[in-house]
Write a protein that binds this ligand. Structure first.
Ligand SMILES: Cc1ncc(COP(=O)(O)O)c(C=O)c1O
Length: 395
């Protein structure tokens, strides 16, 4: 099946002879399950029989969503977690269980991911180092020097939209015995399926495009065969699972995700073209523009004419007050801290997603104080452009 069909069918409508089949998976709120004989639950606990025993371990609502996402991500198995951050935490922890406790991370990452490495992993003895994920020689040198257990990157980086060569990095990781974890939040499985390119774990914040309506916090960890059981086993102890209501909402969101994302991608191309010509805009970061530094990788790894729906741009000569003014002028675009919703959203990385990265380090990463990140929604493109136009005129 193709992605538009998988999105509406996978995980749902389990056929069982003689019983009515609900067209959508019900929300199973039960914390625990029992059987007509204790022997059955003994077999479920032992893994000898498929079934449910306790919802921290497994629940039919979670299982349906996990099956759906495995189908989208071409994964052996998926774990639905309480947030994108808990997805990152459990994936890294599981991958490092029997590997050297060092994470080689892309230097362009979501701010909280950097914090997770420094403030959660480092105090427990897992060191980290950072590398330009678009420089294959530098990655090879860092692997030789650091012998990382995990290599961590984003498919399309936050917020400057750099695109690394996942397939080549996956080969380097394999040769070094490291686990490649890819945060696929910005690209989504509609554009890139990292496991098909050789990554071991593809994870995402379900909060964003997959649920898509700004009403869920969730995460998804999709794994190859080697890594699924360790992730699941750890989750059964830690318990960072997604609740059944959020599983339902995420599944409901995914049914229209490919449709929404197609439209968002097309709108983003128009927004990037408009901003590129605006005299008040100093620079535009978008993989679909001819000046994007990762053009060749984009052409190789992304489908034609689809570049994701984030557009970042710098407002000419704007200081913090100028940026605040631009945000305050927006009438339709929502100045809220997230991305991937149906509505267009604007975020100021210096005070939000990358707030905790010291200003000097932010500058080194190219995240300037006049940078705005737009998550382009599904509205009529003319309304999006009109709102940007009036806010930029006056900033
Ligand atoms: C690329 C990326 N990964 C992970 C996360 C964390 O997701 P969540 O907020 O669902 O924990 C975010 C949040 O913005 C993100 O942008």
């Amino acid at each position: 099946m193709k992605i538009h069909s998988k999105a509406v069918h996978a995980g749902d409508r389990k056929r069982k002879t003689g019983t009515p089949i609900p067209v959508v998976t019900p929300i199973h709120t039960a914390a625990s399950f029992f059987y007509d004989s204790l022997e059955s639950i003994d077999k479920v606990f032992a893994g000898e029989m498929h079934g449910y025993a306790y919802s921290r371990y497994d629940n039919p609502s979670n299982a349906a969503l996990e099956e759906l996402v495995s189908s989208l991500e071409s994964a052996h198995g998926t774990l639905a977690t309480a947030s994108g951050m808990s997805a990152l935490q459990i994936a890294i922890t599981a991958a490092l269980t029997d590997r050297r406790k060092h994470v080689l991370a892309a230097n362009a990452l979501y701010g909280a991911t950097v914090k997770l490495l420094h403030q959660v992993f480092e105090p427990f003895g897992t060191t980290s180092s950072f590398v330009d994920i678009c420089d294959l020689d530098a990655i090879q040198k860092s692997i030789a020097a650091e012998k990382p257990g995990v290599i961590l990157m984003e498919t399309i980086s936050n917020p400057l939209l750099r695109i690394g060569e996942i397939d080549k990095i996956a080969q380097m990781a394999r040769d070094a015995g490291a686990c490649l974890i890819v945060d696929n939040t910005f690209a989504t499985p509609a554009l890139v399926r990292p496991l098909e390119l050789g990554a071991n774990i593809s994870l995402s914040s379900a909060t964003k495009y997959l649920s898509g309506h700004g009403d869920v916090i969730g995460g998804l960890v999709s794994c190859d065969e080697e890594h699924f059981e360790p992730v699941r086993a750890l989750s059964r102890i830690y318990g960072p699972i997604l609740g059944p209501f959020e599983c339902y909402l995420t599944m409901r969101g995914i049914k229209t995700f490919p449709l929404r994302f197609d439209r968002q991608n097309q709108n983003a191309i128009r927004v990037a073209a408009y901003l590129s010509k605006h005299p008040g805009v100093e620079a535009v970061y978008f993989p679909g523009l001819a000046n994007h530094p990762d053009q060749a990788t984009t052409a190789r790894l992304l489908p034609a004419d689809q570049f994701g729906a984030i557009v970042s741009f710098e407002i000419e000569g704007a200081d913090k007050q100028g940026i605040f003014k631009f945000f305050d002028r927006l009438k339709m675009i929502v100045p809220a801290t997230s991305l991937g919703d149906v509505h267009t959203m604007a975020l100021y990385p210096a005070i939000a997603s990358h707030r905790d990265i010291p200003p000097k380090q932010r500058a080194r990463l190219g995240i300037r104080d006049n940078l705005v990140r737009l998550s382009v929604g599904i509205e009529d493109i003319e309304d999006i452009l009109a709102d940007l136009d009036q806010a930029l005129e006056l900033s």
